[in-house]
Design a protein around this ligand. Structure first.
Ligand SMILES: [Zn+2]
Length: 153
């Protein structure tokens, strides 16, 4: 907005907007979450053409557009950190109070990493390749936070 902008000609109203909604994760996303919730199993999905296993699972292969929806693969409950950052600000949308570690974790059997919270280690001690395991939440939230966090093996 230009410095010399004159607001006296503008009619404005300040307000807040609440927007209730229901999000449907789709058939593939729903099976991923309900299997995590009910069986404490982390599923990936495999493209038979590319031979890649994706997590989070998706219906269509991002590489070749093949329909993968029935090619479920159970991933290992261990993996390694492929990248990470330290979140240093608080926000209503964030799952933890800052600071916390947000890591990209490649589970055994998967070709793509998933983002999740890493705990039980100081940020300066985290290394790429660190072996980690999921810690499942005691109570379900019916979200990816049914994995409460990952921690070093
Ligand atoms: Zn593919």
């Amino acid at each position: 907005m230009p410095k010399d902008f004159d607001r006296s000609d503008c009619f404005t109203v300040e307000g807040k907007l609440a927007l209730p909604y229901t999000y449907f994760a789709g058939k593939v996303g729903s099976k991923f979450i309900t299997t995590l919730r009910d069986q404490k199993k982390i599923l990936g999905i495999k493209c038979k053409t590319c031979n890649k296993v994706f997590i989070p699972p998706r219906q269509t292969c991002a590489l070749c557009m093949e329909d993968m929806r029935e090619n479920w693969v159970e991933l290992k409950n261990e993996g390694e950190v492929s990248n990470y950052t330290v979140v240093r600000y608080d926000g209503k949308h964030l799952p933890r109070k800052a600071p916390f570690i947000l890591a990209m974790i490649k589970l055994g059997g998967a070709d793509t990493p998933m983002a999740h919270i890493l705990e039980g280690i100081q940020p300066e001690e985290v290394k790429i390749g660190l072996k980690v395991k999921p810690i499942f939440a005691r109570e379900t939230t019916n979200t990816i936070l049914d994995i409460d966090h990952f921690e070093p093996l």
